[in-house]
Design a protein around this ligand. Structure first.
Ligand code: NAD
Length: 295
């Protein structure tokens, strides 16, 4: 029987987003390459499948996959399998230029598509308070707004197809640069003998205040309940930040927009990856600057 929503990609973010739709009574079919996350969702009442082609009868498809190739492959597979649905919502963070071309391919088949990447992290996904940055036609956004409202509390229409991805990548570019800057200053103060809590307090009431300092401080013990105070576990992995910096600098390069600090920041996260710090929260750049590269 037909399902309203086919949800593809049940990882750290997608599993919670799909659960919130189920709790709201949405008829949902779920798929992921990882069978154990599919079983978890089945236990919450989802219809599940072990073949993505079984999504052909879903009216709306939502993808929450790692990056561009995964989304591209899924769109191609479902279009060639004769997907009969109407609207595709891609909430993964992917290349804006690829996102735009996927939108054009879907529109050529008479389908609607919005890019709707999110911010708010795993906490926001679980609480249903994500921010959606939406690119695409207003009419397409309005047709699926009820689903987005279940998963998020803030829906911003950024412009045409692909512009949601551009907004997401610009945000993460600035966030990564601010994190490295904050870590560099905290480490310098610490090396010169200044108490990191005192320095963080000064920064948070002075002109260097930013989210990486006042809400997500990378120095262990400055804030409770952040990854830095939990051995950099949970949170937003350095590997995912590296992926986003790769997407951001490549999209910027395609339009000759200079990203000197983005490039330097990407190199720092590449070094962290090669030192096996990719699984740590991106605030672990502070330990990298200290030369603590072990796990
Ligand atoms: P994740 O790695 O936890 O989940 C991805 C899921 O996709 C996995 O379960 C994997 O098995 C599945 N998958 C991979 N290829 C597949 C395929 N071809 N078909 C079906 N399933 C497939 O990642 P996540 O943290 O949930 O992030 C998903 C997206 O959201 C990424 O683009 C990420 O950048 C973005 N994002 C993440 C966060 C965060 O805090 N984790 C915040 C905002 C945005």
């Amino acid at each position: 029987s037909a399902h309203s929503v086919g949800f593809i990609g049940l990882g750290n973010m997608g599993a919670s987003m799909a659960s919130n739709l189920l709790s709201d009574g949405v008829s949902l079919k779920a798929f992921d390459l990882n069978k154990s996350v599919v079983e978890d969702l089945a236990s919450k009442g989802a219809s599940v499948t072990d073949k993505v082609e079984d999504m052909v009868d879903c009216e709306t498809i939502i993808t929450m996959l790692p990056s561009s190739p995964h989304v591209q492959g899924t769109v191609e597979t479902l279009l060639s399998a004769g997907w009969s649905g109407k609207t595709w919502i891609d909430s993964s963070t992917i290349d804006p230029i690829i996102s735009k071309s996927l939108g054009e391919a879907l529109e050529a088949e008479g389908k609607g598509k919005i890019d709707a990447p999110v911010s708010g992290g795993v906490k926001g996904a679980a609480a249903g308070t994500l921010t959606f940055m939406v690119g695409g036609a207003s009419s397409t956004l309005e047709s699926v707004r009820p689903y987005l409202s279940v998963m998020g509390s803030n829906i911003v229409h950024c412009g045409s197809n692909g512009s949601g991805q551009t907004a997401k990548l610009c945000n993460n570019l600035a966030m990564a640069i601010q994190m490295v800057g904050t870590a560099e200053a905290l480490n310098m103060g610490d090396s010169l003998g200044l108490d990191p809590k005192i320095l963080a307090g000064i920064m948070n009431t002075s002109t260097s205040r930013c989210w990486s300092s006042d809400s997500y401080n990378p120095y262990p013990g400055v804030l409770d309940g952040v990854p830095a105070s939990n051995n950099y576990e949970g949170g937003f992995g350095s590997s995912l930040m590296l992926k986003d910096l790769g997407l951001a600098t490549s999209a910027a390069g395609a339009v000759k927009s200079a990203t000197p600090l983005g490039n330097a920041t990407k190199e720092i996260y590449t070094m962290m990856e090669s030192m096996e710090m990719g699984g740590k929260d991106f605030g672990a750049v502070l330990q990298f600057l200290k030369g603590n590269c072990g796990n």
